[in-house]
Design a protein around this ligand. Structure first.
Ligand SMILES: NC(=O)c1ccc[n+]([C@@H]2O[C@H](COP(=O)([O-])OP(=O)(O)OC[C@H]3O[C@@H](n4cnc5c(N)ncnc54)[C@H](OP(=O)(O)O)[C@@H]3O)[C@@H](O)[C@H]2O)c1
Length: 279
């Protein structure tokens, strides 16, 4: 069991966020958690103790996030671990997804995460300690046909978390980006997943890819309880990982991608190195 800490978890009414919040409370941590609907969250967590602070927040609004963080600090007096978990999958080719559909995914998956980091950091800097854990996806590193926008949102999260870790290291703050494979949550259900309002019939490979993913719903290999335990484990580490892959599928996809990238770089090495000035 790890030393009790104060956690802030977004998107906690279901799935991985809910599993994490319940486990944290069982293990004696203090938890502030956000949801689009505070009542649904409070009911799902089912814990009325003073260690749990359910919050309603619109993550796309900097002001709403600022209020949620302020309430956390005024309730618990500090903030140790921030988990940016809220997010949703969006399928569809670039051409099929409208500007509004695409921006909405970036608003939640990317700008929501940036808002929470921006609002939490002044407190973490003042403390000279803290750990930001951003939930990305294996899609950030090794995406699949039909999920370009989702991959792009998560690639943004992975990329800025790598630099965030460097930018805040001197303040004693850690950052980790988590890249899960398939986990058995509501992620692939019609309620969570967004698909294009105007699909284009010609995108047969995209439809086939979506059908393969949707079939996985309910039988994904990843156990959210074990993912929650892994997050608690890294938060207790003095030197937590910069990247944490979760699941055998994530490990396989990431290592294959690494090999393919290495081969690509090697195959074109001569041309790459030929582009500098010779004098
Ligand atoms: N499950 C997987 O296979 C998988 C794989 C890779 C990455 N991930 C990532 O893991 C994280 C958790 O997802 P999950 O698997 O637990 O899925 P989930 O069961 O669908 O839960 C997603 C959570 O994100 C929040 N959320 C969803 N859409 C939102 C929106 N439009 N605005 C604000 N919040 C929203 C919800 O919070 P409220 O309803 O409480 O507001 C919900 O609790 C996500 O970032 C997801 O991209 C999941």
């Amino acid at each position: 069991m790890s030393t009790p800490k104060t956690w802030f978890v977004t998107g906690a009414s279901q799935g991985l966020g809910l599993a994490l919040v319940k486990r944290l409370l069982r293990e004696g941590h203090q938890v502030a958690a956000t949801s689009r609907n505070k009542e649904t969250l409070a009911q799902a967590v089912g814990n009325t103790s003073a260690a749990f602070l359910p919050l309603q927040a619109d993550l796309g609004s900097d002001a709403s996030v600022q209020a949620a963080i302020a309430q956390t600090i005024s309730t618990f007096g500090r903030l140790d671990v921030v988990v940016n978990n809220a997010g949703y999958g969006i399928g569809g080719s670039i051409e099929e997804l409208t500007d509004a559909e695409t921006r909405q995914a970036f608003d939640v998956n990317v700008f929501g995460t940036l808002n929470v980091c921006r609002q939490a950091l002044p407190h973490l800097r003042q403390q000279g300690a803290g750990h930001i854990i951003n939930i990305s996806s294996i899609a950030a590193l090794a995406g699949a046909t039909g999920w370009a926008v989702y991959s792009a949102t998560k690639a943004a999260v992975s990329a800025f978390t790598e630099i965030l870790a460097q930018d805040v290291a001197s303040f004693g703050i850690k950052a980790t980006v988590v890249e899960p494979g398939g986990f058995r949550t509501n992620f692939l259900t019609a309620e969570s997943l967004a698909l294009p309002q105007q699909p284009i019939a010609a995108y047969e490979d995209v439809r086939a890819s979506h059908a393969r993913y949707l079939q996985l719903n309910g039988s994904q290999g990843g156990d959210p309880e074990k993912a929650a335990a892994a997050l608690i484990e890294i938060a207790a580490e003095a030197n937590p990982p910069l990247h944490l892959l979760l699941g055998q599928d994530a490990y396989n996809r990431a290592t294959s991608k690494l090999e393919a990238l290495g081969q690509n770089f090697q195959a074109w090495r001569e041309l790459t190195l030929s582009t500098g000035f010779t004098n």
